[in-house]
Structure formats: structure tokens, C-alpha cells
Design a protein around this ligand. Structure first.
Ligand code: SF4
Length: 337
């Protein structure tokens, strides 16, 4: 199902402190806090403009929604709930911290028609959580995830790849732990170090050394592939393109087409496996892919074609409107050594 949001930012509201990597003002480019009247105005405007409101949710992002002062929280929910239902939007989506979830607040969210709760998990490793000043444990994440599912909400988990004190091993363990938690959706954010954050200080002092971009891309591609195989929808892979992020980042893994790069890598790996299976070292390999995946299979700027050419393999890709599988091997030909 297509998925879109009307994003309303409650920048840092409810956050008990500032996590080491976070500056929502720079990520969202927003500082003003909406009132209920603003929510109504935005929803009314969008309802008139959006083609398929039944596929769209009103989303409160950028803060710790369930820790917002109760009267402000219900003011926002009350306003949004008037735009949910028959002929209107599909539901209300929000993001919050794992340690700000309990039965009482989930009951309140239910009563206003909230459909999805996303947890900023970031990592499921206690050392990484602690080093990045999250202020909660991995157990808080799994407990909150269970409770959210028990109350019948769609569960989303947000992960940050490459944080301070994280390694390939921790990220791969995070992947398995998220799969075990069985969320409905995930967002994969490779770290972007924003100026003025604690993480930027650690980076500038040399204490925080980032993994190479290739490594992080490889991990994110693996996550993307495994989550999709498990039927978990990946809503984001890479921070959304924003002039603020490009202006304010001091280091990290930002690329406006990050997901495309990961998808190209997934295809490259699959083609490599098939070529290896065929046991050839030099020759040509032809694959068919669904038309919508042609550019992913070729890789950005045909990087997959180049990758195999440098290894003595001519990669040919044809597109089909009928193919439902990810790809099909057409012919792999050995031209000898
Ligand atoms: S990561 Fe989440 S909890 Fe931490 S400061 Fe940012 S919005 Fe608040």
C-alpha cells in the first residue's frame, strides 16, 4: 500500500534532554510549534489537495509525542482526530521515545484514533544507547514495542546506523533484534553528524571515528533487504534531502539518493551470487528485472555495469513489465580464462 504523511513537527517537545546526535531544528528546518488551530488548518488544506487521503496519515514527528504536556498533547490530537475517518485521512501517526510509553498513554492515543506509533529506538545495544545519551535501555525498547502491539497500533522502529561506539557487529545484532521485535515498519537512518551537537564535539576531538561509508552502505543495504524479505515495510532509508542537513552536517553518511544506492547494492550482491554459482570468472551475465527496478539493477550511473566490467563480466539487463520476481537469470556465459 502506498504510504504518505502530512508531517507536523513538534520539534523537541516532550524530550527530557537532548540526545548526543539530535537537533530536530536542523533536521526538520522547523522551530515554530503548532497549536490545535494550525493542525486543523493544515489538515483542511491538505484534504482538499491530496488525491488519496485514505492512504495518508496525519503525522506528528520531531519530538517525544507521548511525553508532551497532557493538555497540549490532547489539543493536537483533538484537532487531528476531526480529520480522520470516512472520506478523510487514514489515521494519526506519531513518534516518541521508548521510555515514554505506558498503558495509560496508549489508551489516550487509542481514544483519539491514533493508528501508528513509531519508536525512536536508534540502537538496541545498551553501550551505544548510553554513549549517545539516549537515557533509556534496550529493554525499554522491547517492552514498549510489545505494549504498542498489544494495544493494536501499527508499530514502527527507527534505527540510526553508525552511532558513536557502534560497530558492524552491533549493527548486525540490531538487525536481528529488530527482526525479532516484528515491527510493521522501520526507518533506517545512517548517522549524520550535525554541527553544534555532542556528537559533533566527539567527532571533532577525534574520539568518535566513523565507519567508512562503504561499510555503512553495506549494512544499510543488508538491513533493507532483510526487512523487506521479512515483510517489514522500510519507510525510509537515509535522511530525507534537506538544505538544512546539507548546510549543517559536519560528517556522516548523507546522500540525497541513499536508498537508491542501497538498492543498487542489493542487486549487485544478488548478481554476484548468481555469477559465482555459475562458476564463471570471465564472460557475460544477462538478467531480467521488473521495469520499475531497471535503474536500481543498473546501479547509480550504471555503477553495477562498471563493477562487473572491471571484473571481466559484461552485465546485460533487460526490463519486463510482467516479471514479478526481483530478477530472473536469462543467460550466464563463460568465455574462459
Ligand atoms: S532523538 Fe528523539 S528524544 Fe532525543 S532529542 Fe531528538 S527528538 Fe528528542
Amino acid at each position: 500500500m502506498a504510504h504518505s504523511n502530512i508531517s507536523i513537527f513538534v520539534t523537541h517537545v516532550g524530550c527530557p534532554h537532548r540526545c548526543a546526535f539530535c537537533d530536530q531544528r536542523k533536521i526538520t528546518g522547523t522551530t515554530d510549534l503548532p497549536r490545535g488551530e494550525d493542525v486543523k488548518r493544515i489538515c483542511a488544506e491538505q484534504l482538499g489537495m491530496i488525491k488519496d487521503p485514505a492512504e495518508t496519515e496525519i503525522a506528528f514527528f520531531g519530538g517525544s509525542f507521548t511525553a508532551i504536556g497532557r493538555s497540549y498533547m490532547t489539543e493536537l490530537l483533538e484537532a487531528a482526530s476531526q480529520f480522520v475517518g470516512e472520506g478523510k485521512f487514514r489515521g494519526i501517526r506519531l513518534s516518541t521515545r521508548p521510555d515514554c510509553i505506558d498503558r495509560e498513554v496508549l489508551s489516550v492515543l487509542k481514544s483519539y484514533g491514533v493508528s501508528a506509533v513509531e519508536l525512536g529506538a536508534q540502537s538496541l545495544d545498551d553501550e551505544v544507547l548510553n554513549a549517545n545519551e539516549r537515557g533509556h535501555t534496550a529493554q525499554d525498547i522491547t517492552d514498549a514495542a510489545e505494549l504498542i502491539k498489544e494495544y493494536g497500533f501499527e508499530l514502527g522502529l527507527q534505527l540510526m546506523v553508525g552511532l558513536y561506539k557502534s560497530s558492524r557487529r552491533t549493527e548486525l545484532e540490531n538487525l536481528e533484534k529488530v527482526l525479532a521485535a516484528k515491527p510493521d515498519t522501520v526507518r533506517i537512518y545512517p548517522v549524520v553528524v550535525l554541527g553544534g551537537t555532542k556528537l559533533a564535539e566527539l567527532y571533532e576531538s577525534g574520539e568518535y571515528r566513523l565507519m567508512p561509508m562503504d561499510e555503512v552502505m553495506d549494512i544499510c543495504a543488508l538491513m533493507l533487504e532483510r526487512f523487506e524479505q521479512a515483510g517489514i515495510k522500510v519507510l525510509k532509508c537515509g535522511l530525507h534531502a534537506s538544505e538544512f542537513v546539507e548546510r549543517d552536517m559536519v560528517a556522516g553518511y548523507y546522500h540525497p539518493a541513499f536508498r537508491e544506492l542501497c538498492e543498487g547494492l542489493i542487486y549487485r550482491r544478488a548478481f554476484e551470487r548468481e555469477i559465482k554459482k555459475a562458476g564463471i570468472e570471465k564472460g557475460s551475465a544477462e538478467f531480467m528485472v521488473p521495469s520499475r527496478c531497471l535503474s536500481k539493477a543498473l546501479g547509480q550511473k550504471k555503477s553495477n555495469v562498471l563493477f562487473f566490467r572491471q571484473r571481466g563480466i559484461t552485465l546485460r539487463i533487460t526490463a519486463s513489465d510482467e516479471l514479478e520476481d526481483r530478477y530472473r537469470v536469462v543467460k550466464i556465459t563463460d568465455v574462459g580464462r
